[in-house]
Design a protein around this ligand. Structure first.
Ligand code: KG4
Ligand code: ZN
Length: 363
């Protein structure tokens, strides 16, 4: 279905792909800039903390319980009724299918009842386009997406036009932080815990830096995690001081890996797009909250004459404002979806990307 895009466009966005139940209202103005009218996130963190990770069944059930109230709150904060919404966008993938179906069914129902367009949003595209909402950034730019589920380096050429340069062969970066925290007996989510303990430790324990220097900017983090486990076992029982040193050593290894892989992606970006292309590196996803990593990427960007943009933490981690914005960007280009659009556990942004090295590659 081709939508009748009117200017400005106000979109209700719904996000239920993982463990945040989120609803938001965003207006895309005629000049292409965005305005967030509301951004409601109901985290399910407490429900999953005891398990050290997200439990899909619990997540899906919690979305059912939390979503109505999140949508009503988003409308109330935006001071709008359903009649003020021009379209409804929901995450259709990638993610946990049970949760996706909850958000999609809600979005489709509202769109059908109100007679407005429905947009099935790719969660990764929403992360990729967020800098357009927060900074009015134009295309193209280089994106480093680092979250609990994703680790990718992509060229964002336009809405719907992505070239994947690098991905992870095994664990995602946030997942590696979470697993590191778990094996050191720290809380969940692990990233903030590891960062906190690292701040009072020394990076004195030798850990590997897998993939460093490889020509393609892929990542592999499983070996680092295994090496950390061996070091933790060798130092057992762990004192507070050793835990801090292990965290600092792990974080420094991650920083070296990400800086190296990003520098490699910058070189490829320059080669593919030419020296005149816009020189901007955007970092998105929950791991972008790590201050040590951010400082290192600031340095990498500066060394290559790139500008670094890191959207504010609330828009880097999972939220529905980015879903509403991606929906508005698509609708403004005449794109909307059929109510039969399915939930998709996997949905790569660049389906033509050649397979990365090794097996078990996450798209
Ligand atoms: O984007 P996000 O909120 O959710 C998705 O995974 O989609 O990212 C959550 C991930 C978790 O793995 C968490 O441990 C990590 O981001 N994270 C961090 C930090 N804060 C959150 N990792 C490293 N340092 C942090 N300060
Ligand atoms: Zn995400």
């Amino acid at each position: 279905m081709v939508a009748q895009a009117k200017d400005p466009i106000t979109v209700l966005g719904i996000e239920t792909s993982c463990d945040e139940t989120a609803a938001a209202i965003v207006t895309r103005l005629g000049n292409g800039h965005g305005e967030i009218l509301s951004n409601v996130v109901r985290s399910q963190l407490d429900l999953h903390a005891a398990y050290g990770g997200v439990v899909p069944e619990i997540a899906a059930r919690a979305h059912v319980e939390l979503l109505d109230a999140a949508i009503l709150q988003a409308l109330a904060e935006a001071k709008l009724g359903f009649d003020g919404v021009d379209a409804v966008a929901a995450t259709a993938g990638p993610g946990l299918v049970g949760g996706l179906i909850v958000g999609l069914t809600m979005a489709k129902s509202i769109a059908l009842a109100r007679g407005v367009p429905f947009i099935a949003v790719n969660h990764l595209e929403a992360h990729a386009l967020t800098a357009g909402l927060t900074d009015g950034l134009s295309f193209p730019y280089l994106l480093l997406l680092v979250s609990g589920g994703h680790t990718q380096l992509l060229i964002v050429k336009d809405v719907g036009d992505y070239e994947r340069l690098g991905t992870t062969l095994d664990d995602a970066l946030g997942e590696a932080f979470d697993k590191a925290a778990k094996l050191l007996g720290l809380g969940y989510p692990g990233g903030p815990e590891v960062e906190k303990h690292a701040a009072r430790g020394r990076a004195s324990i030798k850990l590997p830096r897998p993939m460093l220097g490889r020509p393609e900017p892929h990542f592999s983090l499983a070996g680092l995690k295994t090496a950390l486990r061996h070091e933790a076992m060798a130092h057992a029982p762990l004192s507070d001081e050793t835990i801090a040193d292990l965290c600092a050593s792990f974080q420094e290894a991650v920083v070296d890996i990400v800086s190296d892989r990003t520098a490699r992606a910058i070189a490829i970006y320059e080669k593919l797009l030419g020296a005149d292309a816009q020189r901007v590196l955007v970092v998105a996803g929950g791991v972008a909250a790590n201050q040590r990593l951010k400082a290192a990427l600031e340095k990498t960007a500066r060394e290559h004459d790139f500008r670094l943009i890191v959207p504010p933490p609330a828009l880097c981690t999972d939220n529905a404002a980015m879903i509403a914005w991606a929906g508005a960007e698509r609708l403004a280009r005449g794109l909307s979806d059929d109510l039969a659009a399915p939930a998709r556990a996997r949905w790569p942004l660049d389906p033509d990307a050649p397979p990365a090295l090794g097996a078990g590659v996450k798209a």
